[in-house]
Design a protein around this ligand. Structure first.
Ligand code: CP
Length: 360
């Protein structure tokens, strides 16, 4: 691996962070890939989409490209700590119409680790309260010379609408209960780091499946990479219909526990529920919380994950959340790496789509 601006390549930086190579015998021809580290050149070739809207439509190659690119950036930035200039001159905008701690801040950090400028939009305090529409608001932000918009919205399909209405790249940071692609990618990156491979593992998503965008994105991604996926929770939050997605449906955590390599413990999303799905939080915890006693019946190398926010004592007890099997904070760090990868890949693909073919 070489440094971001390897002196072995004679290049000058363009506004969008690509390099104009001047010694290739063809003048200052855009040669984004040719001026990069060979490992990144190969990764860039595996990605052609200017947007990341969901994982449902991604191939195993595309998923692996993102995960490999994230690992590259994690190494290249000393565990996501160091700044680079891979996206110098690029502007990324966070458009968050729903609350967030992890996703929003890690997208901001990821953009800055790549040398990008950032714009932070939150719906509270914005001109939405004066009647401006969602699309008009996004167009206003785009008109500030923004290259990539990262959107979180409570309405499923909101990022897809923006992709149709804007010229810039769009990344889905969570659309209602539909998908949360970068969350599932960081979950998969964490599993891969600890297990080497996802294929052949049994991964259980436990809790509020019906309202979970994390569950949907994890199902598409994990299945595509060869994992056996179990969705587990009370019947009010997991219906048998989920089997149509090719997953196993279970109602007893105790019954599936000995088979699980990974448990991803999902928060109960009371804010998305019209009625309470179980008699009491205490009863839910009794049946589904990962606690010390259940850990004693789990595989010796089980990974405990949670997308967060975690509710201690509901889906996981503090000793397990903070214990040796927990990789919850690794997930957070990997969130920066995955988001660096996605920002870099979609920007490069969008730029290539705008650039006339070198043969043309
Ligand atoms: N996991 C997740 O999306 O967390 P935030 O809501 O804090 O972004």
């Amino acid at each position: 691996m070489t440094a971001p601006d390897s002196p072995s390549v004679a290049s000058s930086k363009r506004r969008d962070g690509s390099h104009a190579v001047e010694n290739a015998g063809r003048g200052p021809v855009d040669q984004l890939e040719n001026s990069l580290d060979p490992e990144l050149q190969k990764l860039a070739a595996g990605w052609t989409e200017p947007h990341l809207l969901d994982l449902e439509r991604l191939s195993p190659t595309e998923l692996t490209t993102i995960l490999d690119t994230a690992s590259f950036f994690k190494d290249a930035t000393d565990n996501c700590k160091r700044k680079t200039d891979y996206l110098q001159g690029v502007t990324c905008a966070n458009l968050f119409f729903e609350n967030s701690t992890r996703t929003r801040n890690s997208f901001s950090l990821a953009a800055r680790r790549l040398g990008s400028d950032t714009v932070e939009f939150t719906s509270s305090g914005s001109s939405l309260s004066k009647g401006e529409t969602f699309i008009d608001t996004a167009k206003v932000i785009e008109a500030m010379n923004v290259d990539t918009v990262i959107v979180r919205h409570s309405t499923p399909g909101a990022p897809h609408q923006l992709a149709k209405n804007l010229d810039c790249s769009v990344i889905n940071a969570g659309d209602g209960p539909h998908e949360h692609p970068t969350q599932a990618l960081l979950d998969m990156m964490t599993i891969r780091e600890h297990r080497g491979d996802i294929a052949g593992l049994t991964v259980a998503l436990v809790g509020d499946i019906s309202h979970s965008r994390t569950a949907r994105s994890n199902i598409w991604g994990l299945k595509s990479l060869g994992a056996h996926v179990i969705v587990c929770g009370p019947s009010t939050l997991v219906s048998k219909q989920w089997e149509e997605l090719g997953v196993e449906v279970a109602y007893s955590l105790d019954a599936i526990l000995p088979r699980c390599d990974v448990l991803n413990l999902l928060r109960i999303q009371f804010e998305r529920q019209a009625t309470r799905p179980f008699p009491s939080v205490r009863e839910y915890a009794l049946l589904y919380a990962m606690n010390r006693e259940r850990m004693s019946r789990a595989k010796g190398d089980i990974l405990i994950m949670a997308p967060g926010p975690i509710n201690r004592g509901v889906e996981v007890t503090p000793d397990v959340a903070d214990g040796p099997h927990s990789v919850i904070l690794d997930q957070v760090t990997n969130g920066i790496a995955v988001r660096m990868a996605v920002l870099w890949l979609v920007h490069g693909a969008g730029r290539r789509a705008d650039t006339p073919s070198q043969n043309g």
